[in-house]
Design a binder for this molecule. Structure first.
Ligand code: UTP
Length: 294
């Protein structure tokens, strides 16, 4: 089964990065010269995804504008030969993939958001990329979504992307009970969302990427919302896959940045700036000079 569809949940509140996310969705916050969500759509396109559903909510219409042609701006850029490259880069954003939108009408958690994708997905397997998790890969390395698709196709199991995290992060995200299948692929037996310290199963946490099949929607429907927050945790639906021996974890190659977190935003910008063909060298020099002053 070829994976050509992806779902990007981007309907969270972004409270951790207020006031920046008050009027601008956190998915539209800048990383050097592109909004965060463009990195995700580019990752999809480079992974063979042709159709993407972005799950939004009120106030996020600007995401739709970004992935549309911008007639007036493009006409202006076109007039000036010197701006041909700029025109291309602006125009091409709208042609990265077929992009569809749906609104999650109430903010009831990631699992609840993913349920809105059921009609879009139909009977196809699909990738999920969390709207605020940006993963940069080195040149020559496959994008993370493609790394997960490879394991999905080889193993026939659903797949989650994982990395070893600090204890503090594991307690904020989730913990996985795993046994190794190869150097970077694991069988997953169980997942606990936001574990207490004494419940930590391993330091592996899911970081923003999954490839699943449409039966995930029944698993989400069977997941009880958290008593405290009312949110439907997606990792609990994934744990149901794991308990049926149907989930693999890939310790992916790439660096992940949390755009829902102030430090994550700064780290993403620094790394992307260092890799940027136009400003990379100048930025590296700037950091060296800055380090002398610290
Ligand atoms: P987060 O856990 O970061 O939630 O969501 P959040 O609400 O955006 O952030 P804070 O805690 O208020 O700062 C992880 C991903 O799931 C999406 C978010 O947009 C983000 O991409 N999400 C979360 C939804 O689409 N809907 C939800 O109800 C919750």
């Amino acid at each position: 089964m070829k994976v050509t569809k992806a779902v990007i949940p981007a309907a969270g509140l972004g409270t951790r990065v207020l006031p920046a996310s008050k009027a601008v969705p956190k998915e539209m916050l800048n990383i050097v010269d592109k909004p965060a969500i463009q990195y995700l759509v580019e990752e999809c396109a480079r992974s063979g995804i042709t159709d993407i559903l972005i799950i939004t909510n009120r106030g996020k219409g600007v995401i739709e504008d970004h992935f549309d042609y911008s007639f007036e701006l493009e006409q202006n850029l076109k007039k000036d030969e010197k701006k041909a490259k700029l025109f291309e880069s602006v125009h091409a954003v709208a042609d990265l993939a077929n992009i569809y939108y749906i609104r999650q009408k109430e903010t009831k958690g990631l699992g609840h958001a993913i349920l809105t994708a059921e009609n879009f997905v139909g009977s196809d397997p699909f990738a999920i990329l969390y709207g605020d998790d940006i993963i940069l890969t080195d040149e020559g390395v496959k994008p993370v979504t493609a790394q997960l698709i490879d394991v999905f196709e080889e193993s026939g199991k659903c797949v989650c992307g994982v990395k070893e995290c600090s204890e503090e992060q594991v307690m904020k995200y989730c913990t996985l009970d795993v046994t190794p299948l190869s150097s970077n692929v694991y069988d997953v037996h169980r997942i606990i969302e936001k574990p207490k310290k004494e419940d930590i199963l391993s330091y592996f946490s899911i970081l923003g990427r999954n490839v699943v099949t449409p039966d995930v929607f029944d698993l989400i429907r069977n997941t009880k919302p958290c008593e405290k927050t009312g949110e439907v945790y997606f990792s609990e639906a994934l744990s149901a896959y794991a308990e049926k021996n149907r989930l693999a974890a890939v310790d992916f190659s790439g660096t992940r940045f949390d755009m829902g977190d102030k430090l994550g935003i700064m780290q993403a910008n620094c790394e992307a700036a260092l890799r940027h063909p136009e400003i990379g060298e100048a930025f590296r020099q700037y950091l060296k000079d800055l380090a002398k002053k610290l």
